[in-house]
Design a protein around this ligand. Sequence first.
Ligand code: UDX
Length: 438
Amino acid sequence: MKIAMIGAGYVGLVSGACFADFGHTVCCVDNDPAKIEALEQGRIPIFEPGLNTLVADNVRQNRLTFTTDLTSAVAAADTVFIAVGTPSRRGDGFADLSYVYAAARDIAAALTGYTVVVTKSTVPVGTGDEVERIIREARPDADFAVVSNPEFLREGAAIGDFKRPDRIVIGADDARAANVMNEVYRPLYLNQAPILVTGRRTAELTKYAANAFLATKITFINEIADLCEQVGANVQEVARGIGLDNRIGSKFLHAGPGYGGSCFPKDTLALVKTAQDCGTPIRLVEAVVAVNDQRKRAMARKIVTACGGSVRGKTIALLGLTFKPNTDDMRDAPSLSIVAGLQDAGARIRAHDPEGMEGAKHLMPDIAYADDPYSCAEGADALVIVTEWNAFRALDWALLADSMAVRVVVDLRNVYRGEDVARHGFHYVGIGVPTPEA
Ligand code: UDX
């Protein structure tokens, strides 16, 4: 199969490299010449475990190429994936589809022979219809079908998620296109991944429903964590106690500072807007969006309380800035709200992140950055674990106890057992877990 992948961002690059690894011939197209040049020289613009090697291997085997020339890539392809960004539109929260529609227009002009055009980007229900209309209007003669094939990739685990998916959802309104998509995913038959063929609108909605459900699960356990703190219960045990019920499931019940990243905040908001537009508001998800926004800000207040009610003039050391580990992605990271809240309260911030500091420096130029957790904590009045990177899972508390000005630890990811840290003379505060005696 010959595949053109429009958009060499996170989703496009991971999907393109994985399809090439399946044996397809993939051409990744991007209109940013600097990005294409970097990729051609083997430089990967994002941090994703395993992606460097996967790209290099497939480039070497001539199965993966990069170009800015959309026309020739599309003309040669059996399947064209649209994997461009759909950011939240400023002001109203709707998904901004201008990049998707621009890609559709460019694709239309370049189509030759029967081609399946696939929306991989997360797009509101009905976008496939519009993509089809745009192409049909521009090229009444073209032989094509538009299919929805949402991605369910977690950053940091994207290659594994692509190659061993829980399911593949294909929204195709005609059998010929569904057959082509079956060919595209045939290599996954070996893994027995369920392939669900649905109508196009159903596939589009499935993606939003999945992300909104997961965001709801996280928000639910976060609110239960707050209650645990008030009544002296332990949220981790509650999560285990409910998660062992198969109807609930144990995943996505880890209480923390609120969900962030490139998908959940944007997709929950877009679903809320679509539902309101259709006159069937999803009030549950509206509440999830509001609760999660407030939670990120509330984390700064939690840190202030742990510091005895004031952080004015104090140095707060933050470990972890990205929205989750194993990524350099700072989009909608809880750290952004936490830093802003602490700065408003008069704190000085020093931070360390294994991969996110470059990105963070653009967003937060006015905080100090440290090369490792220990220089970050030196002389600090509190240490806050914001992201659960592995590098923070076995900190030397004896060393930290000696080097910090004040022994306060706020563990927003419950990485540690409170008693283990308190033993070194720290005041330990976790999320929804009892605070041990220092
Ligand atoms: C998510 C979906 O998982 C993926 O299927 C979708 O296609 C894209 O969005 P991603 O944003 O990469 O993936 O990260 P994910 O691992 O899902 O985490 C999202 C956020 O939820 C992070 O901020 C994470 O810290 C938070 N989270 C996750 C929790 O706070 N608790 C949990 O139990 C799980």
